[in-house]
Design a protein around this ligand. Structure first.
Ligand SMILES: *[C@@H]1O[C@H](CO)[C@@H](O)[C@H](O)[C@H]1NC(C)=O
Ligand SMILES: *[C@@H]1O[C@H](CO)[C@@H](O)[C@H](O)[C@H]1NC(C)=O
Ligand SMILES: *[C@@H]1O[C@H](CO)[C@@H](O)[C@H](O)[C@H]1NC(C)=O
Ligand SMILES: *[C@@H]1O[C@H](CO)[C@@H](O)[C@H](O)[C@H]1NC(C)=O
Ligand SMILES: *[C@@H]1O[C@H](CO)[C@@H](O)[C@H](O)[C@H]1NC(C)=O
Ligand SMILES: *[C@@H]1O[C@H](CO)[C@@H](O)[C@H](O)[C@H]1NC(C)=O
Ligand SMILES: *[C@@H]1O[C@H](CO)[C@@H](O)[C@H](O)[C@H]1NC(C)=O
Ligand SMILES: *[C@@H]1O[C@H](CO)[C@@H](O)[C@H](O)[C@H]1NC(C)=O
Ligand SMILES: *[C@@H]1O[C@H](CO)[C@@H](O)[C@H](O)[C@H]1NC(C)=O
Length: 318
């Protein structure tokens, strides 16, 4: 199985290398001696057009040429024109940061939300959604704080009106060489607008739990953990102090980028790091499809070669 996989990888790599070679050879002016001289004139005109004019002039010339590989020459032409655009100013930071002594130990970004089923005054239940505001959310401003203290680093995000505010807290732990997310908690103020006719209106709902793929995942120190994919848990606990109300809480997070226990000073960007399992498996799917296709092509090729050899053998015997 392992050998098969290696072979498959090699096959996929070969396909990739071949693809690269075909694209570069189409850009290079000297053609092979098999091609007629009419195609050489069109290829030199496209290389000239990349320096002076836009890709619109090269597009009709590629349509007249018979080889499909020349269509890839339009792609490098468009990429050479792209660096002209200036990068947008980074006024709105997407990250929550905890910084002490010029060391940003914690960075966090992602869409986190809680879906809460709560009991109402009339004995019924209703479901509502509470979103943790993102760092650059202008409509729902939040403040953040935290600690870079060795034994327990945390990030605390707070939003809402005074005395009616909610918060979200991530707690991290470290073994020195690795760090991990050990606790996720939110204290949600149950306002009338969000928790319609809730029996515990005006109280604070505390939810806590674990995110699969993020919680208790050991990550190297000075590196990050990212998770593009959706991670969710249907069994967060929900509790209001001194209340017997039963809450059902589901939590989800998507597009998470985080790091804690970073000790590299003066960094503004996320460190390189690990990806969650869901992201890795989702990236394996196209590779598997590529492998299957490569295998199919190989099978057809082998059967063709075998068939031809048999036929020529039969021809020689006659
Ligand atoms: C942090 O950086 C500021 C300048 O941005 C500098 O004045 C200060 O000394 C630094 N603090 C430490 C602990 O490195
Ligand atoms: C349930 O909650 C939604 C808002 O989350 C609200 O619009 C709706 O009126 C509520 N239904 C009842 C029966 O309270
Ligand atoms: C960090 O821990 C030390 C003791 O180890 C304590 O004195 C200090 O208050 C803590 N700082 C924060 C921000 O929690
Ligand atoms: C944090 O790590 C320390 C040392 O590895 C361990 O003793 C402690 O139980 C951990 N705390 C949590 C909340 O996991
Ligand atoms: C909330 O409860 C009151 C009385 O219990 C009722 O009149 C009202 O219709 C309820 N509102 C909703 C949105 O269910
Ligand atoms: C919640 O789900 C996780 C993973 O599915 C499981 O390990 C844990 O025991 C569950 N907790 C409860 C309270 O059901
Ligand atoms: C909860 O009940 C305890 C005693 O049972 C009391 O001391 C505490 O103040 C109550 N808390 C709230 C928020 O009502
Ligand atoms: C993390 O980075 C700091 C500063 O560059 C360095 O001193 C420390 O040894 C690094 N830790 C690990 C575990 O690599
Ligand atoms: C970090 O930056 C501050 C100010 O820009 C500087 O004083 C400090 O020496 C720097 N620290 C390191 C380790 O580069």
């Amino acid at each position: 199985m392992g050998r098969m996989f290696n072979f498959c990888l090699v096959a996929v790599l070969l396909v990739g290398v071949y693809g690269d070679e075909s694209s570069t050879s189409s850009v290079a002016p000297p053609p092979t001696n098999e091609t007629p001289p009419t195609t050489t004139t069109t290829s030199t005109s496209t290389t000239d057009s990349t320096t002076s004019t836009s890709s619109t002039t090269s597009a009709p010339t590629t349509s007249t040429s018979t080889t499909p590989a020349t269509s890839t020459t339009t792609i490098p032409a468009s990429t050479t024109s792209s660096p002209v655009t200036t990068p947008a100013p980074v006024n709105d930071d997407q990250f929550y940061r905890v910084t002490e002594d010029n060391v940003t130990c914690i960075m966090f970004s992602g869409d986190v939300k809680f879906t809460v089923t709560y009991p109402q005054a009339g004995g019924k239940v209703n479901t509502t959604t509470v979103k943790v505001p993102k760092a650059n959310d202008k409509t729902r401003p939040a403040t953040s704080s935290g600690s870079c203290n060795g034994s327990e680093q945390y990030l605390l995000v707070e939003w809402g009106a005074t005395n009616k505010n909610s918060n979200f807290r991530l707690t991290f732990n470290s073994t020195g060489l690795k760090w991990e997310l050990v606790h996720t908690e939110a204290n949600i103020y149950m306002d009338e607008a969000t928790f319609v006719n809730a029996s515990d209106i005006g109280q604070e709902l505390t939810v806590m739990g674990e995110f699969p793929g993020l919680s208790y995942v050991a990550v190297d120190t000075n590196s990050s953990l990212t998770c593009r994919a959706l991670t969710e848990s249907s069994n967060f606990t929900g509790q209001v102090l001194n209340s017997s109300s039963k809450f059902v809480v589901a939590a989800s997070a998507v597009g998470v980028e985080m790091q804690a226990y970073n000790s590299v000073p003066n960094t503004t960007n996320l460190q390189q790091g690990s990806r969650c399992e869901m992201d890795i498996t989702s990236d394996l799917v196209p590779i598997a499809v590529g492998c299957a296709l490569a295998g199919l092509v190989l099978l057809v090729l082998i059967s063709y070669l075998v068939g031809r050899r048999r036929r020529s053998a039969a021809y020689q015997s006659v």
